[in-house]
Every structure is written in C-alpha cells, then in structure tokens.
Write a protein that binds this ligand. Structure first.
Ligand SMILES: [Zn+2]
Length: 411
C-alpha cells in the first residue's frame, strides 16, 4: 500500500514520519451512500491519534455524519467523498491536531488541561501549543479524551517516563452531554483558588509536565525566542531589533542562563546584577525590556520569583507603558511557557506584582477586561484573563471597600 510523508508538503523520501495513503470505498446508494475509510486505523496509528479523531474531523469539515465501529474497524463518513478530498482534509487535521505548533514535528501528544484547553505536547522540542478551541472537533476530543499511555511507555522523548498523566474529567462520564464550554466553566470553578491556598500549590499541578531542566529551559527559550522573532515584544521606537543579536535577545538569553528560579540555574543571581546587565545593554529604560525581563527571569515558581526579583522588576517598570509590557510578559509566561500557571498561578503572580507596587490597579483592571492579540493568540489571551479573575475580583472588592467612606455611595 502506498505510503506518504505525514507532512505531504515535505518532499523528502527520507522524511522519518510516514503514514499509509488514505483510501476510500464508496458503499450504498441514494440517501444511504457513504464513504468507508478502510485504512483509517493504520493512518491513525502512524499519527498516534485515535482513528475516531480524523474521522470525526472529516465529519465536522464536511458537515457530514460519521459513524465508527472500533471493534469492526469501520470508519465511515456519510455521503460520497473522493479520496483526494479526504486526503486534503487529513492534511488539515494533521496541521491542526498533530503537528507541533512550533517545530512542526508530528511526535506530539494531545493533553487536555484542567481548564479544558487542549494542547499539543511536542516530544521533539518540548513546546506546547494550543489547538484552536473554536474547532468543533475539540468538543469531541473533550468528551473522548485520548487513551492514557501505559505507565513507563516510551514516547519519542526520553523524558516521557517522568510525566504524570492526568486528565481533568475522569469522573465526568455522567456529564458527557455538556458542551465543552460548560465543562470548561465547571473545571474553572473547581480550580479557583480559595482564600488562602497560596502555600500548598505544590499539589496543584496534576497534568503531564516534563519538569526536567532541559525541557523547562527549552520551553522558556523557545517561547522567548518566538516572541522576539514574531515581534510580539513590541517597541514603538525600535527598528531592526528583533534579530538574534538584539540587546533584548541578549538580555533574555543571559537571564535564562543565569536566573535562580525553578529547578535550574544559579542560586545567587541578585536583582542588582540583573539591572546592571540591562544597563550594560542600554535597555534599562525600555518598556520592551520589561517583557523580556519577566519571560527570562520568572520560572514556573512564578509568585516566588516575583518576590525574589522584586527590586529589579519595580525599578524597570517605570510607567504605564512598562506595566502593559509587564502584563504582556505574564501572558507569554502563563500562556505559552508555563501553561501550568493557568489557572492557579496567574492570580498569585498578579497579586505578587501588585503588592510590589509594580502594577497600578487601573492598568490591571483595564488589561483584565481587554482581550488582546498583541502578545499571545486570542484564545490564550482570554484564558489568561479568565485565570486572572479571582485577583481582579479581589481588586474590585478592595476598591469598593476603600470608597465606602466617600460620598459616591450616597448617590
Ligand atoms: Zn516541537
């Protein structure tokens, strides 16, 4: 049987990742006409996805009903569809639900996070990329999560054995009729931090996180590099500073190599030293530098790191514009580098920054109500803000208390 590259756009006979070429067989006639995909389970195996996912994807894209009988190995799309059309759709499925969003390698696992987001977890580069949650297939995936891998089963990555597998809704079968949005809301509610839970967050991370030093660092470096490259770190007055030798890039790289936080790095990097480095590079007053500062300096132990580096964070966050850049850094951090910070970590980081006086109330409130694509994609931006809700509510309440004495209440 014909075999093709999983990425059909890669024209390389020696490309490592291959799959059987999709075949079709039309059965029935009239209203009952349907397209059977006899080799769907072989294709799915090559993609490391359940065969139901691509089949259902075809149904979503074509607006057609699908049926599958896993025991009989029958995967069917209603209606008559040409093999070529389905092959193109399979390319789409692979691009959206298989390939790493960063390095385009197909060795990824789908992870369903506690907040309902579905991520592609790349074994090759360690990066995690969101799938587009607007696609209807995500509802199906949420209801039919990928099978758990046997413990100790080797994925492609050498650290696979270290991961702790968990999907939020193991006991959720009874609720399988909910749409994914309801499921998300419920998951969020369940995960909202209670008043003083700050100290026992060690247990919060239940999903699969490769915590090896290399993986963590690779993820942080990749996120920072991509934000610099994609010009996500915006500067008003900056031209041509997004190349590898830009002072921002140098600053970020230096921070990642020397920072104290998390499981890697040194144990003695001081705020003063960080500031000195920024001065040396001539960017200590730039708001763009603040975003790099956050992404380069703060690890998954975010709230603690903010405290540790409070002095330099405050010093470099000198205006409203700098604060916005700071929040952009938090979005990148929680949205891309350390997705485990959503939901519980975000309110804690914001609280820590607020208590430092690095953030003004109005700036945070405005940020909280304005989804923006400036630093991360829209979905991620929403997700981070949603996670910030407990802090924003607290802030609003604290504000109300302040105003109790004022005349405003008498109106
Ligand atoms: Zn990758």
């Amino acid at each position: 049987m014909a075999v093709v590259n999983i990425r059909r756009d890669v024209d390389d006979k020696f490309y490592r990742y291959r799959m059987p070429l999709l075949q079709t067989k039309i059965e029935g006639r009239g209203n009952g006409i349907k397209t059977v995909i006899p080799n769907m389970s072989d294709i799915a195996r090559a993609l490391s996805r359940p065969p139901t996912y691509p089949t259902k994807f075809f149904g979503c894209e074509l607006g057609a009903q699908t049926t599958f009988d896993e025991k009989a190995d029958r995967y069917i799309v209603n209606g008559a569809h040409q093999a070529d059309a389905l092959r193109k759709l399979l390319d789409d499925f692979i691009a959206k639900f298989v390939l790493c969003g960063s390095c385009k390698n197909p060795e990824t696992d789908l992870k369903i996070m506690k907040d309902g987001m579905i991520l592609r977890d790349c074994k090759a580069c360690g990066k995690r990329s969101d799938v587009d949650m607007r696609h209807k297939l995500t509802t199906f995936i949420t209801k039919n999560p990928p099978p758990k891998k046997a413990k100790g089963a080797k994925g492609a990555g050498k650290a696979a054995g270290q991961s702790v597998e968990a999907q939020g809704g193991d006991d959720d079968d009874a609720k399988s009729d909910e749409d994914d949005f309801t499921a998300k809301i419920n998951a969020d509610a369940k995960d909202m931090p209670k008043a003083n839970e700050a100290e026992d967050d060690a247990d919060d991370v239940q999903w699969s996180v490769d915590t090896s030093d290399e993986a963590v660092k690779a993820r942080a470096a990749a996120a920072l590099a991509s934000s610099l490259k994609a010009n996500l770190v915006l500067g008003d007055d900056d031209e041509g500073e997004d190349d590898e030798n830009s002072p921002y890039n140098q600053f970020g790289t230096w921070l990642l190599a020397n920072r104290t936080g998390g499981s890697e790095g040194r144990t003695d990097l001081a705020s003063a030293e960080v500031y000195k480095k920024a001065v040396e590079l001539g960017i200590e007053k730039k708001h763009k530098a603040v975003q790099v500062l956050i992404q380069g300096l703060i690890s998954e132990d975010a709230a603690k790191d903010v405290e540790k580096y409070g002095a330099v964070i405050v010093k470099m966050t000198s205006s409203e514009k700098h604060q916005k850049s700071l929040l952009g850094g938090v979005e990148r951090l929680a949205g891309v580098t350390y997705p485990e910070l959503v939901p519980n970590g975000v309110p804690k980081v914001l609280m820590a920054l607020y208590q430092l006086d690095a953030l003004d109330e109005e700036v945070v409130q405005t940020w909280g109500t304005h989804v923006s694509k400036k630093y991360v994609d829209k979905e991620t931006s929403k997700r981070v803000r949603k996670a910030a809700a407990p802090f924003l509510e607290w802030l609003a309440e604290a504000d109300d208390d302040d105003e109790e004495d004022s005349d405003l209440d008498d109106l």
